[in-house]
Design a protein around this ligand. Structure first.
Ligand SMILES: Cc1ncc(COP(=O)(O)O)c(C=O)c1O
Length: 401
């Protein structure tokens, strides 16, 4: 209860009636184990479909050992921003390795992809530029674009016709940026990035792609969207989180050597933020080796699991998004419906991610499920069995009947 005279009362009050009405709050769960199967949530065993641990590497002993060894050699924190206190030698090593993996000339590593997505626009976009962005892109990109104060226009999701119409209409702008994700995190759709890239070339626009849900998941050996789209010598801005399939932390920005050099001196989000810890760099290094060796086996599992869950949802009449990635999202209608269905699934020992407004449009909720390669086949069977058992009429908004 907020005190009557609290000075920020009018700023921090929020309507939590949905939690009370549904007697369910799925956010900020208390996790008492590693990303294991089962996951221990507040002391209870659950099947984890809520995290982005696609390749199941979050609890990998080899990566944990890399962290421990790096801590022993370099300590825990750099205790300074990278421009002042430098990076460990590990950075030089993975800078090259990561650039090769992604297919760009050079990279920088930010403390998070959120920071990277916020920072790039403030650094290279100007007030008189135009930004065209897929209407479903992540909040971090939208925040970054808005912070510039330039004209920005959303285009219909994955729609290259609308994009071309806008590129033509606004061709008088000196510089146009075209922003998309590779794999859209709530829908699971994959952007037609090869076509978007061609349009950018044709209209002399700058492509910006956030590959957070693509790296480790799509492309040859999990190399992400540039490999998936057969793009070589990429001219644009690439960003990605390393906290999803690559199971570490931090954000990458990739592109030409000139871009990376410029950002390294002028992007405040990097320059004024504590350098990435050595342990994380060592973890990324080891992870890249594992992904190169084990991608086929691990990706085979996640695409298979996703297909099993999709078939079960479809067979039982659930409306789902049109996903091409190993993501299943139930189209769950109102916030209330979304919460009630997520609660039912939770009560049956399965952790999912419910998305409600403002993360998605009003009354257009989603319940997202990502089954990582660390999950046992018997867990996927349990998930599918549950969708067989849920009463069709009980969640009218979400059942395709
Ligand atoms: C598409 C997308 N971009 C960026 C981010 C932010 O990444 P990070 O967690 O590294 O800040 C996320 C994370 O939720 C995301 O889904």
């Amino acid at each position: 209860m907020i005190h009557e005279n609290y000075c920020l009362k009018d700023r921090v009050e929020f309507d939590d009636s949905i939690f009370r009405h549904t007697d369910f709050n799925p956010y900020y769960s208390i996790i008492c184990s590693g990303q294991t199967d089962p996951l221990i949530v507040n002391g209870k065993e659950m099947i984890n479909l809520a995290t982005n641990n696609y390749l199941g590497l979050s609890n990998d002993e080899r990566i944990k050992e890399a962290y421990i060894n790096a801590i022993k050699k370099y300590g825990i924190s750099m205790c300074s921003t990278p421009i002042v206190g430098g990076y460990t030698e590990l950075f030089q090593k993975i800078r090259y390795k990561l650039s090769e993996f992604i297919g760009v000339e050079d990279v920088l590593i930010y403390p998070s992809c959120y920071q990277a997505n916020n920072g790039i626009f403030q650094t290279v976009t100007r007030k008189d530029d135009l930004v065209l962005f897929d209407r479903f892109v992540h909040s971090s990109l939208i925040q970054g674009i808005r912070s510039v104060g330039c004209k920005s226009i959303p285009f219909s999701h994955n729609n290259t016709e609308t994009l071309e119409y806008l590129l033509k209409k606004y061709s008088h702008y000196e510089k146009i940026f075209v922003v998309t994700e590779s794999v859209f995190s709530t829908e699971g759709a994959i952007a037609p990035f090869a076509d978007i890239y061609k349009l950018c070339k044709k209209y002399n626009a700058v492509p910006v792609v956030d590959d957070s849900h693509g790296i480790g998941v799509i492309g040859k050996n999990g190399k992400g969207i540039l490999s998936y789209s057969n793009i070589e010598h990429f001219e644009g801005i690439y960003t990605s989180s390393l906290g999803k399939a690559l199971a570490n932390n931090c954000g990458v920005v990739g592109g030409s050597r000139e871009l990376i050099n410029y950002l390294s001196y002028f992007c405040s989000h990097l320059v004024y933020s504590t350098a990435v810890s050595p342990a994380v760099l060592a973890g990324i290094d080891t992870t890249l080796d594992i992904v190169e060796d084990e991608y086929d086996y691990r990706a085979g599992k996640i695409f298979y699991y996703a297909e099993e869950i999709k078939n079960s949802l479809k067979a039982n009449g659930f409306l789902t998004t049109n996903s091409a990635a190993p993501i299943n999202s139930i189209i769950s209608g109102t916030s209330e419906n979304t919460f009630f269905l997520a609660k039912k699934i939770f009560q049956n020992g399965i952790l999912t991610t419910p998305f409600v407004y403002p993360s998605v449009r009003k009354n257009d909720g989603r319940i997202r499920m990502i089954a990582g390669a660390n999950l046992k086949e018997s867990s996927i069977e349990k998930v599918c069995k549950l969708f067989n058992e849920i009463e069709a009429g009980e969640y009218e908004d979400v059942i395709n009947c």
